[in-house]
Design a binder for this molecule. Sequence first.
Ligand SMILES: [Zn+2]
Ligand SMILES: [Zn+2]
Ligand SMILES: [Zn+2]
Ligand SMILES: [Zn+2]
Length: 226
Amino acid sequence: MANKESRGICIFCGEAFAKRSMTKHLTGCKKHQEVIETANTGKAKDETLYHLLIQDVYLKNFWLHLEMNGNAKLKKLDEYLRDIWLECCGHMSQFSIGGWGGDEIAMSKSAQSIFDRSSELVHIYDFGTSSETLIKVVGKRTGKPLSKHPIMLMARNEMPVVTCMECEQTARWLCSECIYEHDESGYLCDEHAKNHPHDNYGEPIELVNSPRMGMCGYEGPAEPPY
Ligand SMILES: [Zn+2]
Ligand SMILES: [Zn+2]
Ligand SMILES: [Zn+2]
Ligand SMILES: [Zn+2]
């Protein structure tokens, strides 16, 4: 999956773009502009809105473009990341500037108070089998939020295509025992998932669009909360 360029979908126009051109696309997307103009005719107060590029620190094919209200607390971003990518068993999490050993940032801080100071934050979920997420400010604007929620999903990577470890077919399943005990990818197609011999970690689980696949007890669903 490393050789194929990661693509994602713009939620405003529904079209697919390469990861490296999505920031530029969103800035110019006509449908996006229309939604902004409509929102700006509403009664909500103007605020600073941050365009965030979010990606897994190691698995860079998993990425999101979010717009976050400046007044919203970081806690809201933590909740969003848990819902769309991370939550398995209620582990602890934190934001920091500079990653591990960096300055921890309280969840009660507003997005604006942090992003005006630093354009990069790292989120760590689970201090055992950790998921690390990089949050980068790639733009900001003053205007009205596009929804009643503190965060708006603007784009998301398409599910990376991975191949079965037993054949060349597209994998849809993952065996954790293969990962933890046999040093294998654990990716399986429908056919090879059926008769797969391992069950120490349960049956193979269905692959979902999250960088936490195969970590701890993560099983999805990798759906955005809103
Ligand atoms: Zn678009
Ligand atoms: Zn867990
Ligand atoms: Zn197969
Ligand atoms: Zn296995």
